[in-house]
Design a protein around this ligand. Sequence first.
Ligand code: BES
Ligand code: MN
Ligand code: ZN
Length: 520
Amino acid sequence: MTPISLSDTDPAELAVDAIVVGLHATDGDSGGAGPLLAPGAESVAAAFEGQLARTFAQLGATGAPGEVTKLASLGTISAPVIAAVGLGPVPTDDEGGVAPDTLRKAAASAVRSLAGLTKVALAMPAPDGDEAAPALRAIAEGALLGTYRFAGYKTKPQAGRRDPVKAISLHVADAADKTAKAELKRAAVVTAAVARTRDWINTAPNDLRPPRFADEVAKAARDAGLDVEVLDEKALRKGGYGGILAVGMGSEAPPRLVRLAYHPSSAKGGRSRVASVALIGKGITFDTGGYAVKPAQGMWEMKSDMSGAAAVASTMIALATLKPKVSVTAYIPMAENMISGTAYRPGDVVTMYGGKRVEVLNTDAEGRMILADAIARAGEDSPDYLVETSTLTGGQVIALGKRIAGLMGDADLCERVRAAGERVGEPAWPMPLPDDVRKGMDSDVADISQVNAAMDRAGHMLQGGAFLREFVADGVPWAHIDIAGPSYHSGEPTGYWAKGGTGVPVRLLLDLIDDIAANG
Ligand code: BES
Ligand code: MN
Ligand code: ZN
């Protein structure tokens, strides 16, 4: 990962390759004021005798969020390049500063646009003291995510492709400030978890089939100091994991169930009983749809159908370093949904973990099959909270788009998940689980159907949630986060998203776990 440090040296005197300053938009009606420099850039502005904002305006800068404008400093300050990044309008007193997600996106856009340079310093607005924490966290995370790039598989270096920035420093009032140092450390761990998630998602699906994915997760988790257990197909058979086996045995690369556990050390005192959380993530390493085969166009994006698994595994690995006072156990089912003589078929009845029988109606609804087993298993630990995340339905994308995840489950827990998502810029929106959706899933032959055949595609996302609910142990508050849209970004890089896996909802999960550590 890219090193990041704090600096309280005058930004105008820093020996770096570029300085990033913030630029606010003003509305043109107020006397053609033009963009305004944001706090943090005072000494750089002084070196331009007060003409820096005007110079950027002459270059076309408006201060619109995410816009980056570069200027050669020609010896006015130590850094040869000044980059102004737009932060939108000047925040009002009520707003109390630029929104953290705006800062996060701006820092990322600026750092990405400076690829090819070695050292970059950011002199962006962060107030002093404890109030600075959210802004500093956001700027640090954004700057680090702006250096993300997937190594890829090219056999030759690409002409004109510039390497990501190699070192970042953040200008603060006091580089020895404890809060600031802690935020920087946390940002490094969190963004490493996001990058690890993205790398797994972006890996070609022939390179990350279930046995290999399980090995990689197990190795990384063991290195981090987590408890690790991997169930292979034999152990899954012995354990009665019918859902994972039904989906996974259509592939020559057999399925896995990975269990990771983090327990805080009790030696340091504190509360005698800490809360316990179960995390579950969908790990379909490739989703062809099975006999309900998907159309060829865009099928390649189904290499991202293990985004939930990658996010949960990376979250667990980050917890080993962040050490919150919560016990967290992850169950990560992994399978490849393929077509073959051993693949499952529509009409099959599958006995799931825990004994419920499911009538399969659509082999492309494979996520809920492997998740149901994992959810049922997790319930045996009687966790205080159960949070599951998956690229479960195309219906989520239709309903909420590519940015906002769908959220279903226990109302109070969903509200906490929603709030965590809002705090970190990984939005998730609550959805209902209506009775009629569940009723239509009554099966003629088994305990439950896998989908609501009568409704077909209506309420698709809700059908997924209603099915999963059946496997949650009584009395366990649970939340299902459908990330089909936000887990993968197919467009050009924007803000802290590169093309490909986004790492959603790693930052949400880590924030939620902090909330549970603080408030139970
Ligand atoms: N992995 C897909 C959902 C998906 C779609 C993720 C688009 C990301 C982008 C899932 O396994 C699936 O195929 N769902 C079906 C469910 C249906 C067959 C009940 C869907 O959404 O169409
Ligand atoms: Mn599918
Ligand atoms: Zn799938």
